[in-house]
Design a protein around this ligand. Structure first.
Ligand code: GRF
Length: 217
């Protein structure tokens, strides 16, 4: 197998998606290796988990940097120091400058808890419930300068049930996120996902072709 892609994960909080990536990357045949978990919040619970699980960690406190650019310079230095080739955002709550995003063009991915382009930004599950959709889900995409945009790598569809609250819905979507993100990183790291003309093509695409009906037929 060709060399594993050196991947850094950026978090700001709980880090459950980060955990799913770290756990997946333990497999011998996984095409990415997690070389750093960094957080802009030193007290992020995910940092402690990563440390306890033997992954190199770093806190880069954005509040101790005068500007967004200064914070990103520190981040870039840390990414260079570990030789990162890919960056996976996992609940990373800082907007990045267009210059930083451009520097990592097609090498930085994000997970968002909706079927993009629907329900960008915060409070996605509230947005989905307010819109009354019967199917929501999650999306892994390449990062572009505008928030929650960028070529879509993979999506999972999740039913919305009558009586769902933002909490019950986010729990169901989060379970899907934990499966989708490792699989999407695998596609990128192995080179099977390619971006052409701002759309992703997956080589040797295989999928279940049955639609998801909500409610069931
Ligand atoms: C996830 O729902 C992710 O999609 C969104 O922020 C949340 C982070 O959760 N971007 P966690 O920190 O990975 O548990």
């Amino acid at each position: 197998m060709s060399a594993k892609k050196r991947t850094a994960i950026l978090i700001s909080g709980r880090g459950s998606n980060m955990q799913s990536l770290v756990n997946a990357a333990r497999a011998a045949d996984y095409p990415a290796e997690i070389v750093l978990v960094a957080s802009n919040r030193p007290d992020a619970p995910g940092l402690a988990w990563a440390e306890a699980n033997g992954v190199p960690t770093l806190a880069i406190d954005h509040t101790s940097h005068a500007t967004r650019e200064a914070f990103e310079d520190s981040l870039q230095e840390a990414l260079d120091a570990v030789g990162a080739e890919l960056v996976a955002l996992a609940g990373f709550m800082r907007l990045m400058t267009p210059a930083f995003v451009e520097r990592w063009r097609d090498r930085m991915i994000n997970i968002h808890p909706s079927l993009l382009p629907s329900f960008k930004g915060l409070h996605t599950h509230e947005q989905a419930l307010a819109a009354g959709v019967k199917i929501t889900g999650c999306t892994v995409h390449l990062v572009r300068a505008e928030m929650d945009t960028g070529p879509i790598i993979a999506q999972a569809a999740v039913p919305v049930l009558s009586g769902d609250t933002p909490d019950t819905l986010s729990g169901r979507v989060l379970e899907a996120e934990h499966k989708l993100y490792p699989s999407a990183l695998k596609l990128v790291a192995s080179g099977r996902a390619r971006c052409e003309g701002e759309k992703i093509t997956i080589s040797q695409d295989v999928m279940a072709l049955s639609p998801l009906y909500v409610p069931s037929l």
